[in-house]
Write a protein of this length. Structure first.
Length: 364
């Protein structure tokens, strides 16, 4: 057996490559700009963490591809998604470091960056694609597609990353939820009945409220009619299809109902991990927006209303993406359809047993 080459901390991490990868353009000037190194290191750190996020998302998608996902794999999925959200929190924190640089300091080397821009970050676009942001849902900047500012090699990589996404695999997994309808329990029908009863009781309270005028009562009842219609859209196949066609919804009706069932009965043991996965994806989506907002605020602070180095409108474009680039909005909006625990349809005993890891001693 050949002697193993002695490994050192610096060689294992290839620190020589990493630590010599910072080459401030201002070095060519008579007086190098002190804060350019900070700018470079912070963005290189972003890219390293982006690489780790992509690594985690790829592993999660790989696990979601199976037609049957074991309980232990759901735990792995949750752990890795949790790691993604922790990295996102770290990246948002790095904005504070960049804010230690004043606008005047940034202006000293800003022109040296042109036409380079954060919009050209391939890995950030890949993360968006892998999470499920579709090309047609993206906000164009300067009337151009998101990959127009990438070089040809990067454009191919960006296009390849559009082929599969976590949103799609999650939707398929939710559609396989087995508890929504069986011989003894029709969740749709029972839930609809509970919602109707709940809203009718609320309307009854309004009608008998002596403190309200007739005009106020009529206005409130009309509002409740709209709430009732909103609830009914998720049950009406034609109405839901209209929402899908208009882009108001992205998840299939089946996946939406499964998500709602998980949210409503999240305290049942077998639904704990699915519920936590759903809420973690909501967190990740919100953290993506939190990062965009922080970046938009930083851009405004540094350049005001000037055009960005990449030719975009800077903070204005970033702010517009906050609503347009949300991916798991359907999950976030499930709160619209939640009802009090006291109004939840009672689960049949056999279903309750399945959801609670019921053990039958007679089968020993």
């Amino acid at each position: 057996m050949k002697n193993k080459k002695e490994e050192y901390y610096s060689t294992y991490l290839e620190l020589e490559k990493i630590l010599t990868a910072q080459n401030p353009k201002s070095k060519a000037l008579k007086e190098p700009v002190h804060d350019e190194l900070l700018f470079i290191i912070t963005h290189q750190a972003y890219e390293l963490w982006f690489k780790q996020i992509i690594h985690e998302l790829d592993s999660v998608m790989n696990l979601f591809q199976n037609s049957y996902i074991e309980e232990r794999n759901l735990s792995i999925i949750l752990n890795r998604l949790d790691r993604v959200s922790m990295i996102q929190e770290l990246l948002i924190g790095q904005i504070k470091i960049l804010e230690s640089m004043t606008p005047m300091d940034f202006l000293e080397f800003r022109n040296l960056l042109s036409p380079a821009s954060g919009f050209q970050s391939l890995q950030f676009r890949v993360i968006e694609n892998k999470l499920g942001l579709k090309r047609e849902n993206r906000l164009k900047f300067s009337k151009k597609t998101y990959d127009s500012q990438l070089n040809k090699k990067e454009q191919k990589e960006a296009l390849h990353s559009e082929k599969e996404c976590l949103f799609h695999y999650l939707e398929q997994w939710l559609e396989r939820t087995p508890f929504i309808k069986n011989e003894n329990f029709n969740f749709w029908k029972e839930y609809q009945s509970s919602v109707t009863k709940m809203l009718e009781e609320d309307i009854k309270i309004i009608k008998t409220n002596k403190a309200m005028t007739e005009e106020e009562k009529e206005k409130n009842i009309l509002h409740y009619d709209k709430i009732f219609q909103n609830y009914n859209t998720i049950f009406d196949e034609k109405e839901y299809k209209k929402l899908l066609n208009s882009g108001a919804k992205r998840f299939s009706q089946k996946a939406c109902l499964a998500s709602l069932f998980i949210m409503l009965y999240r305290e049942e043991p077998i639904l704990d991990l699915p519920y936590r996965i759903i809420t973690k994806l909501i967190d990740i989506d919100n953290l993506m927006n939190k990062w965009r907002y922080g970046h938009a605020s930083l851009a405004q602070r540094m350049i005001g209303s000037k055009i960005g180095t990449g030719g975009s409108s800077g903070h204005s474009y970033l702010r517009k993406t906050l609503e347009r680039h949300k991916i798991f909005d359907d999950l976030t909006n499930l709160s619209t359809y939640l009802i009090p625990r006291s109004s939840l349809p009672k689960l049949p005993k056999n279903l309750k047993n399945k959801l609670g890891y019921y053990f039958n001693y007679d089968n020993e």
